[in-house]
Design a protein around this ligand. Structure first.
Ligand SMILES: Nc1ncnc2c1ncn2[C@@H]1O[C@H](COP(=O)(O)OP(=O)(O)OP(=O)(O)O)[C@@H](O)[C@H]1O
Length: 554
């Protein structure tokens, strides 16, 4: 019962007030029923009682006020709760290492933040309304007991019996609902292949037919499962309706046989019973909402646990590694070393992928990258270039050895500040449409960069956002490099940046842009296969089987 635990953990002043308001609204509704019964008695004697009219107006006003207030508070509570969950998930994603999202699945993070939270957002008000209706059922039940104890007992027995049968049958219905959801999830997986692989699908008739056929089959299965679940729900609603009519029939056919003075209250009892039908129906119908919210919350909690499990393992591994790191003191944070990096050195660095099936490892790595110098990293596919870049930029932690800045070994506490000193355009870069983290931009500088990168006829900067990112691959990379240059970081790392550029701009990049950045005193590291321009580099690191062979230019 995750939902109960969730609600319990949130019971503070607000939820108590909500409960008080809901009770008030239920009592006001019961008063309306009592007033209607008393007034109809008087109406039979051709009398109109102004006191009763006033009571009616006050009860209706009280009901309206309490109901509206509790609805608004419930929405606020629910949204505040979901906001907390979202922020916790964002924070976990922020802490995650490069492999964590691949392990837990980006789709599940996306689903948790969108559809699962939407389900809870929709279900919780229904559930709290159900709880409110329970108070109303109790109040009207007490009124019914006061009118006729036998009618009350009879009704209670029938409600308990119907409820018991309903809850028993609902498990079957829930199983059908879950099956339909699972089938729908499989349908979405296939749909993702169709949308993400649109071009590949379009280009290959056999692949397209096979995929569309499979999607059709999955859709049919999802459709049958959904139809079955809906049919079961419809049968269940009809049975509930039938149970209500049975209650009414019991009030007018059975109760009079066993009670002598029933004719005095028969009309009031029947009115009260009819009055109960709506609230009892709402309470019963709350179960599916509860179930949906419980399932969605379960998925969110499972995702949170998965993320925390992977992050904890990652942190434990980091602590273990930091034990084997050199313990000599590094520069203090106040020395601003990350603003003035003269030299980054890899010393006897080693790393192996735990998850790699072939146990790929890099190292021992020894290399020095200096301020005002360009280093090219080259090597065949799978040689380990991107792995080395991820170690050098601090995206992954080294297993052993050290990274030294200006001669001082980095400590685990320095890692975020170290990462912050890099501007990167990696091979799987993401082009942000907005310059997040840059507070003020020099408009002239941006325009000059747009001109230099030859995209000024396509893009402008509006505030902190690019006017468009709907560009060619090469132009998108130029925009990513503009963003990286605007960050003004001391180290620039580019992974196969020039691969998508035309011959003209490739020349501009190697012969004008890189030398200009070298003059600015940056540490420049580029993964590249363009051996035609190796001469412009100060050193070229050839990577083979995870080992660097650094050659300095003459
Ligand atoms: N996330 C990962 N988990 C496990 N092993 C990995 C992972 N990424 C890479 N590897 C292993 O590391 C090897 C080197 O990969 P890496 O991406 O560093 O090569 P690369 O030199 O950048 O290749 P390319 O030029 O093709 O981009 C791969 O062959 C693979 O075995």
């Amino acid at each position: 019962m995750l939902m109960f635990r969730l609600l319990k953990s949130r019971v503070g002043l607000n939820l108590r007030t909500v409960f008080a308001l809901s009770s008030m609204s239920a009592i006001a509704t019961t008063l309306v029923l009592v007033v209607v019964n008393l007034a109809s008695d008087q109406a039979q004697e051709h009398k109109v009682n102004l006191q009763l009219l006033l009571m009616m107006v006050v009860s209706l006003g009280g009901y309206m006020w309490a109901q509206h207030k509790s609805d608004v508070m419930v929405s606020d509570e629910v949204e505040a709760m979901l906001h907390e969950y979202r922020v916790r998930l964002f924070d976990q994603v922020r802490k995650a290492g490069p492999d964590v999202l691949a392990k837990v699945g980006q789709g599940s993070v996306h689903a948790a933040i969108t559809s699962e939270m939407q389900t809870i957002s929709n279900s919780l008000p229904i559930m709290l309304n159900g709880a409110q209706q329970i108070v109303l059922v109790v109040c009207v039940g007490l009124y019914l007991a006061w009118l006729s104890i036998f009618a009350f007992v009879m009704l209670a027995v029938l409600v308990v019996l119907a409820g018991f049968i309903h809850v028993h049958r609902i498990n079957r219905v829930n199983a059908a609902t879950r099956a339909s959801e699972d089938d729908e999830a499989k349908l979405f997986d296939g749909l993702n292949d169709l949308l993400a692989g649109f071009k590949e699908v379009k280009m290959n008739t056999r692949r397209r037919n096979a995929l569309v056929e499979q999607l059709g089959e999955r859709s049919k299965r999802a459709c049958s499962a959904k139809a079955l679940s809906k049919a079961q729900w419809s049968r269940e609603s009809a049975s509930i309706q039938l149970a209500f009519y049975a209650m009414m029939a019991a009030m007018v056919f059975i109760v009079p046989i066993f009670t002598s003075d029933y004719h005095d209250v028969a009309v009031q009892v029947t009115t009260a019973t009819m009055f109960l039908i709506g609230p009892i129906g709402t309470v019963i119908m709350t179960f599916p909402s509860f179930n949906n919210a419980e399932t969605s919350l379960g998925r969110i909690v499972e995702l949170e646990n998965n993320l925390s499990g992977v992050i904890d393992a990652q942190e434990a591994e980091m602590r273990e590694k930091s034990g084997s790191m050199p313990q000599e003191s590094s520069p203090s944070a106040s020395s601003d070393w990350h603003e003035k990096i003269d030299e980054i050195a890899l010393e006897d660095v080693r790393f192996a992928y735990r998850s790699s099936t072939n146990g790929f490892a890099v190292g021992p790595l020894d290399a020095v990258f200096r301020r005002g110098e360009i280093t090219f990293i080259s090597g065949g596919n799978g040689a380990g270039k991107s792995t080395i870049i991820s170690l050098l930029t601090g995206l992954r932690d080294v297993d052993s050895g050290s990274i030294r800045i200006n001669g001082h070994a980095l400590r685990p506490d320095d890692m975020q500040a170290y990462r912050d000193s890099f501007a990167t355009v990696l091979s799987d870069y993401h082009l942000f449409s907005e310059l997040y983290g840059i507070e003020q931009v020099d408009e002239e500088k941006v325009n000059a960069l747009l001109r230099e990168m030859e995209v000024d006829h396509k893009v402008t900067l509006d505030g902190l956002s690019f006017s468009t990112t709907a560009l060619s691959q090469g132009q998108r990379k130029r925009l990513a490099l503009i963003a990286a240059r605007l960050e003004g970081k001391p180290v620039l790392v580019l992974d196969e940046w020039a691969a998508d550029q035309d011959p003209h701009f490739r020349k501009v990049f190697y012969e004008e842009i890189l030398p200009a950045m070298r003059k600015l005193g940056k540490v420049i590291i580029c993964v590249t296969h363009d051996d035609r321009w190796f001469h412009i580099a100060d050193q070229v690191c050839h990577v083979r089987d995870g080992i660097i062979d650094a050659v300095r230019s003459q």
